[in-house]
Design a protein around this ligand. Structure first.
Ligand code: 0L1
Ligand code: MG
Length: 264
């Protein structure tokens, strides 16, 4: 595919995004700085970012999907989900502490996380395929961030910023897929003792397993395949909430327990 920007220009953008993610700095949107910067350019930058991470020894452990619920789409005024990659060093332990010093504008969202079995089919096309390929399902909080100045937002730029990935917390009680009705798990988000978000897991595409079908198709379209053993964050079930140092957040998942994190 021919991209609107040269490889050199895309590499320079990946370097700037990497630096901003690492040091908590803000950037101009690539769409404002480069005419023609589109979704294909956004994913090309994301790939270059992933290559840079690998060279530095950051371990890829899976994928994230963003903007998979109506609430998130409405909050960000978009209608297309996005994907990104997650690494081992983005994990914060359940009940642990998340420093905000290197984050610009952290927000939290409750997500259903899947961990796939080590050996899976090349493509997962149905909910049954996904459930058969799933080792366990766990409650999660994703901590997203944006590296763009003045809270500006557009999809190609967000994709270049690895779909706003920053940190994640996996916790609660992991469950086998057969033990759950993935459409109706109640989720409540409590921030400093106050309920700030409520959803059912089916807010994510009717069933968060559908995120994994979309992810599998997206990877196939780019000549890649889902890797066995991957951790997948399926997308926020309700609107993301801004957090800052001093906040405590607990996401409570029906029949799956709580996930908690404190920001300093
Ligand atoms: O995880 C996500 O929902 C990705 C969100 C991307 C947009 C944002 O920064 O809110
Ligand atoms: Mg998310």
């Amino acid at each position: 595919m021919t991209l609107a920007l040269s490889r050199k220009a895309l590499s320079a953008i990946a370097e700037r995004v990497d630096e901003a993610q690492t040091n908590g700095r803000s950037l101009t949107l690539p769409t404002e700085a480069h005419e023609g910067f589109d979704m294909a350019c956004g994913y090309a930058v994301q790939d270059l970012l992933r290559d840079r991470w690998k060279v530095r020894g950051r371990r890829l452990v899976g994928y994230k999907a963003g903007l998979t619920s109506r609430a998130k789409m409405a909050q960000m005024k978009v209608d297309t989900p996005t994907f990104g990659f997650i690494t081992a060093d983005m994990a914060v332990p359940d009940g642990g502490i998340c420093p905000t010093r290197l984050l610009s504008r952290p927000r939290v969202e409750p997500e259903i996380a899947f961990v796939l079995k080590p050996d899976i089919a090349a493509a997962l096309r149905t909910e049954a395929d996904v459930l058969a390929a799933t080792d366990f399902i766990a409650p999660a909080i994703e901590i997203i961030d944006s590296r763009y100045a003045d809270y500006k937002f557009d999809l190609p730029s967000v994709v270049a910023d690895n779909s706003s990935s920053a940190r994640y917390v996996i916790g609660g009680r992991p469950r086998r897929p057969a033990e759950l009705d993935l459409r109706t798990i109640g989720i409540v988000v409590v921030q400093n003792g106050e309920v700030v978000g409520e959803a059912a897991s089916g807010a994510v595409l009717g069933n968060p397993a559908r995120t994994i079908i979309m992810l599998s198709q997206w990877l196939e379209d780019r000549g890649e395949a889902l890797e066995g053993g991957s951790l997948i964050l399926t997308g926020g079930a309700c609107e993301a909430q801004l957090v800052s140092a001093g906040d405590s957040v607990c996401a409570r998942f029906q029949d799956m327990g709580d996930v908690t994190v404190r920001f300093v």
